[in-house]
Write a protein that binds this ligand. Structure first.
Ligand SMILES: *Cc1c(COP(=O)(O)O)cnc(C)c1O
Length: 404
């Protein structure tokens, strides 16, 4: 086993070597511009782009013509929300989204709010799921867009997207889904799920960074978008700019591999994740699972370790790459807004660790991680006066702390 161990695959994933191999010729001898219509260099590049488009479309059960290439899911989310609002503003000025969306959706929605759009940020239940009934109740005759993610990037909770898609269809409202964490990990079918717009990204599924896509439905309904980037009219005019052919080839290969390997890979992933969960939670008291016990990505585990500070715990296991539920913003240490939206208290939110498993993790790494986590948590708790008091049966909520 080699150290450090990478367990932060929700942030990004390494390129699969097979993806790199497929990309390499397109940096050098096959360098053409896919928009060059007059020579073989251009034709060759265009063929590669269309092949990539096909591989990507197949994974999500879309038509290749329905894909718009972007720089990643952040841009796709921006294009979806801003593009719809600009195009359909006369029809209405209200959009619905949820409190646990990725920042790319939340911050875009907030920027639209400043421009006079009314935004409903729906709450989630304690497992992190949006309720279809809440969506129904939030809809007004001014609602033009519903944007709800498929699977959450912190807690892995999978939303009832099919039900939401059905409601959107019934009411004739466009449905955007940020499926960045779900695509390639769980089956995604834009038809069956009733999705009109969908964001996803290559670097979360063992493809290259810097390329993503926005699925845009072409019929029933035909969705139109106001572009954000104007220029040569590439991508049906919705996103101009010379296509990054090597990245598209890599994205396509990554999707093809996910499609081929998902049946076995998701089972292997869930088995390792369950072993990690049982190994850690079985060895300690006062550890809590965040998110949904079953409606969860196969590669996600999010646990709060009471009486231990997440950041301190990460410092104690530096040879394992993980994320904590505290976001170090300039001056303050804010706990994760996702965990807060589930109703997790500030202390337990600060005590949370996200484990993001990936294709290249092994059973040996999981065993090592269990052992190191248990030791590190026990060590930190031994030094914690709060933990001492709690063990002695003192109810910490009744303690009168001196204030300065
Ligand atoms: C990573 C991620 C994004 C951002 O994707 P980029 O391709 O890095 O811009 C958006 N949404 C979710 C849910 C993500 O996990």
């Amino acid at each position: 086993m080699k150290l450090p161990i990478y367990l932060d695959n929700h942030s990004t994933s390494p390129c699969d070597p097979r993806v790199v191999e497929a990309m390499l010729p397109y940096f050098t001898e096959k360098f053409g511009n896919a928009a060059s219509r007059n020579h073989s260099f251009g034709w060759e590049a265009e063929e590669a782009v269309e092949q990539g488009r096909k591989q990507i479309a197949q994974l999500i059960h879309a038509d290749p013509k329905e894909l718009i290439f972007t720089s990643g899911a952040t841009e796709s989310d921006n294009l979806a929300l801003k593009g719809i609002v600009e195009m359909y503003r006369e029809k209405g000025d209200h959009i619905i989204t949820s409190a646990t969306e990725h920042r790319a959706v939340i911050d875009t929605a907030k920027s639209l709010e400043k421009k006079g759009i009314s935004v409903t940020f729906l709450p989630v239940d304690k497992t992190g799921r949006v309720s279809p009934d809440d969506i129904k109740n939030a809809i007004t005759d001014k609602t033009i867009l519903i944007s709800v993610m498929l699977a959450n990037n912190e807690i892995g909770t999978i939303n009832p997207v099919r039900e939401i898609g059905k409601i959107a269809k019934e009411k004739g409202i466009i449905f955007h889904c940020d499926a960045t964490q779900g695509v390639g990990k769980i089956p995604v079918n834009v038809q069956e799920m009733g999705i009109d717009l969908m964001s996803f990204s290559a670097h979360k599924i063992y493809g290259p960074k810097g390329i993503g896509a926005l699925y845009v439905r072409r019929k029933a309904p035909r969705v139109r978008l106001e572009p954000m980037v104007h220029g040569g009219g590439h991508e049906r005019g919705m996103r101009s700019g010379t296509l990054p052919v090597p990245l598209i080839v890599g994205f396509g290969k990554a999707c093809e591999l996910c499609e081929q390997e998902m049946p076995t890979e998701s089972v292997r992933m869930a088995k390792m994740r369950d072993r990690l969960q049982n190994g850690i939670m079985g060895a300690m008291e006062e550890v809590y699972l965040n998110g949904h016990p079953t409606e969860r990505l196969p590669n996600n585990l999010n646990i709060s370790f009471a009486y231990v500070e997440g950041e301190a715990l990460l410092m104690g296991v530096k040879e394992i790459a993980l994320s904590s539920g505290s976001a170090c913003t300039s001056a303050t240490l804010e706990p994760s807004y996702v965990l807060r939206a589930l109703g997790v208290g500030s202390d337990l939110a600060h005590s949370s660790i996200r484990f993001g498993l990936g294709r290249f993790n092994t059973d040996v790494e999981i065993e090592y991680t269990i052992d190191r986590m248990v030791k590190a948590v026990n060590h930190l708790r031994e030094m914690s006066p709060l933990y001492e008091m709690a063990k002695e049966g003192i109810d910490l909520k009744t303690v009168q702390w001196a204030t300065h």
